[in-house]
Design a protein around this ligand. Sequence first.
Ligand code: WT7
Length: 655
Amino acid sequence: MSESTIESILQEKRLFAPPAEFAENAQIKSLEDYRSLYDRAAADPQKFWAELAEQELHWFQKWDTVLDWQPPFAKWFVGGKINISYNCLDRHLTTWRKNKAALIWEGEPGDSRTLTYAQLHREVCQMANVIKELGVKKGDRVGIYMPMIPEAAIAMLACARIGAPHTVIFGGFSAEALKDRLQDAEAKLVITADGGWRKDAIVPLKEQVDKALANNAVPSASNVLVVKRTGQKIQMQPGRDHWWHDLQAGASGDCPAEPMDSEDMLFILYTSGTTGKPKGVVHTTGGYNLYTHVTTKWTFDLKDTDVYWCTADVGWITGHSYIVYGPLSNGATSLMYEGAPRPSNPGCIWDVVEKYGVTIFYTAPTAIRAFIKMGEHLPKARDLSSLRILGTVGEPINPEAWMWYREIIGQQRCPIVDTWWQTETGGFMIAPFPGATPTKPGSATMPFPGILADVVDMEGNPVGDNEGGYLAIKHPWPSMMRTVYNNPDRFRKTYWEPIPPKDGQHFYFAGDGARRDEDGYFWVMGRVDDVINVSGHRLGTMEIESALVSHPAVAEAAVVGKPDDLKGEAIAAFVILENNYSSSEDLEKELKQHVVNEIGALARPADIRFSEDLPKTRSGKIMRRLLRNLAAGQDIAGDTSTLQDRSVLDKLREG
Ligand code: WT7
């Protein structure tokens, strides 16, 4: 975050109470209601979750033990049998919701589709039967690399239905990044599309899959299922590649949901950390189903008449929990949009809100800042009166953007829910209840019932009101990540050891800095580790550095985030070249493209500075803090006494 953003958040004093009429009709109607719910949950979290699990979900068989906690490994609803695809589909078919819209989809070129629960159920069953035919068994991993089309959700639900954990890889990742993830997960099947529409152009997804699988790089992957979306020419490898529409034609629309163990793996989702390659975050079935269900229901005050739209991509956790599983488990209508604002239609977002009468709209601060820049004439020219709740996620929201969202989009009528959570947490951890919690611009407010959040120092001691510290969670919750795929050690080290356990108390370390104010409101300040947040996308600096040094011209690289008005943070790279190379604009371009090829366009460095040396400590550690100052064009702040060679800084500044 920029200094001015931090400054404005520190001075933020405005408070917005939920409108009285909204509160009256809400599920949780007042701050007192929230507090009593919170206190009841905190007093006995297991009882709280067990009651909800019983009330809200269908179980083939009830659990024996609510929580088995062997820190840091948790198991929820042990012995229970459940299927999330059943909870998202089948159970609605015996109610009036059978013919309710489950998915409303709008394609970028203007095509659209609506699937009722009955129709969605049928297609999920067909795909489940097809992937079984392709040799996928319970426990086998399936890679999903898709555009934002209904078949992306269908593929996820089909995998869940037969107990094959999915790993969705965001369509913006490069072939190289796709390959890494498919290899790590040892995916047996890849589900993709010929291409997808993105800003008036085609993203060649199948071509990327071909590159990722070339030379038998992913030996486990024996089949590729291809959905026809864009219709451009692609290569189909006989024996390996299959068109979905061909196989769907002969597939039965009936496929019973497999009763899964509550703790069976539901999916792996890769996310960036501070070291090495992205880690596979593992989520399991029962607890994840429960937590995403309840958070969707209460935080969005869900009603059967809602048209709910989350603008995320299914390639991220937000798409998993709050486009697919949470909304469908509740029998809600979830809208999926393939496109993004583009020169040919900058007002497309508001067109979609008007066209479908969207009532709940959930997006990211970076998108809101882009909307501000595009101009308020765009939303003002559309009828947005259907909206009743606005949501935000992905990074701290600057109060200016929050106020614009409230005034221009919400017309001062819609409560804003700022939801703090992570890939690892599975669902919302800190967020207001729209009918109960007065909101403050820039604060995610207070923890969800059952979540024991705190701001502590590195020894686990709570810090005082308005003092900075680390965000930590002090009790396991149903949708917490279970482990890093194939790497329980990394799970322990990354999340449970930074703040060592004390007197039997364990601390989940989120990696975020935060403070809590005198009203108990949490203010998340951003990452405290070497993770940068570019447009709400999480990237590890090490990951980008590895990509840079894999280029023959690069001897050493250091990457830091620098403040960016639109993206929150942008990527700044410092590069030392090998002896036989010299810096040039062409080489700068080439290195940026190299990072795009290695990771994806989301990781393209905003600027690259060539240098002969980097500021290091006497023990050889790069002093990133100083590089951050330099990248932001600020004066060097803080202590530089451990710096090995002071002249490096002067040279970098001049360069
Ligand atoms: C990191 C998690 C959770 C879905 C999207 C990102 C930052 C997320 C907020 C928020 C302040 C936020 C944190 C967090 N973050 N939401 N409302 N306020 N910061 O998921 O890629 O796992 O990233 O995003 O820094 O640690 P993710």
